[in-house]
Write a protein that binds this ligand. Structure first.
Ligand SMILES: *[C@@H]1O[C@H](CO)[C@@H](O)[C@H](O)[C@H]1NC(C)=O
Length: 286
């Protein structure tokens, strides 16, 4: 009896998006980060004194993680909204989205990077095909044993493949937490640091909603349990973890990604002449 009631509760909860109170801690910013509307919305703030940030309560080892963000509107020059997965320590793994603000009317830059065992410098940057400040848009990370796929409103923009067979490290052993922060980076962020933050527009604010994690969560005992953030749990690799666990881009989605990359990519570490001169990382030629 008790068991079936619980099962019904879990099944109905699985349809809802997770609440920010249950999934995240605001870790810094002295009140500039807030959880609102019964846990349905989170906002981060930045003023001259401080930015703010939050992190997930859980650590993940693979997952499909969706979050809707609405970025700092108007003159956001100098501000950076970082949204990323990261493990700890000197040989950490990291999967990054960073949104670099701009002066009013000029486009944001979406910066992406992947660190494997402490080694990053795999930057790809994009323009967005919409105004990321007047509405929420979904930014997703699909991280499974074979791929790290970055998506914007379900449109794949980057696919970092597991090429361990060719001697290239891939994140797969270190659990990662989800982090986000809004901070001042006017020494480099906007137009190479030439445009500074205009504090007369402060406080700056970015909003989050619609967090959804179909992921393997590492339990206190150190064992990953997979499933939706509020649903049933299964052991990883059993197939029941979810379609995402074995997902890769089909031909149609590969074509879409190529379309985004040829129209909206503005920087690629694999074609940077300065990097080419020094010798490119091995994955660039694969
Ligand atoms: C800001 O706008 C300028 C001019 O359009 C552009 O060159 C730059 O890449 C944009 N983004 C950032 C973060 O500077």
């Amino acid at each position: 009896m008790a068991v079936s009631v619980l099962a019904i509760l879990l099944a109905s909860c699985a349809l809802a998006v997770a609440s920010f109170d249950k999934e995240f801690d605001i870790t810094w910013g002295d009140g500039r980060g807030k959880i609102l509307n019964n846990g349905q919305v989170l906002t981060l703030g930045l003023d001259k004194v401080s930015g703010s940030g939050f992190q997930s309560k859980h650590e993940y080892l693979f997952g499909k993680i969706d979050m809707q963000l609405k970025l700092v509107p108007g003159n956001s020059a100098g501000t950076v909204t970082a949204y990323y997965l990261s493990s700890q320590g000197p040989t950490h793994d990291e999967i990054d989205f960073e949104f670099l603000g701009n002066v009013t009317g000029e486009p944001y830059t979406l910066h992406t990077n992947v660190f494997t065992q402490g080694q990053g410098q795999r930057e790809q940057q994009f323009r967005l095909w919409f105004d990321a400040t007047n509405d929420f848009h979904t930014y997703s990370i699909l991280w499974n044993p074979k791929h790290i796929i970055f998506m914007v409103d379900d449109m794949p923009i980057r696919d970092f493949k597991n090429l361990e067979g060719k001697g290239i490290a891939f994140p797969k052993n270190q659990p990662m937490r989800l982090y986000s922060s809004l901070w001042n980076a006017d020494d480099w962020a906007t137009q190479g640091g030439r445009v500074k933050t205009d504090w007369s527009h402060a406080p700056f604010s970015a909003s989050y909603r619609g967090f959804k994690a179909d992921a393997c969560v590492v339990t206190a005992a150190g064992r990953p349990r997979c499933g939706s953030s509020v649903g049933t749990e299964v052991a990883p690799g059993t197939g029941a973890a979810g379609e995402w666990y074995n997902q890769e881009l089909d031909l149609t989605r590969q074509q879409r990604m190529r379309w985004v990359q040829s129209n909206y990519m503005i920087y690629n570490y694999c074609t940077d002449p300065k990097r080419v001169a020094k010798g490119l990382p091995a994955e660039c030629s694969m």
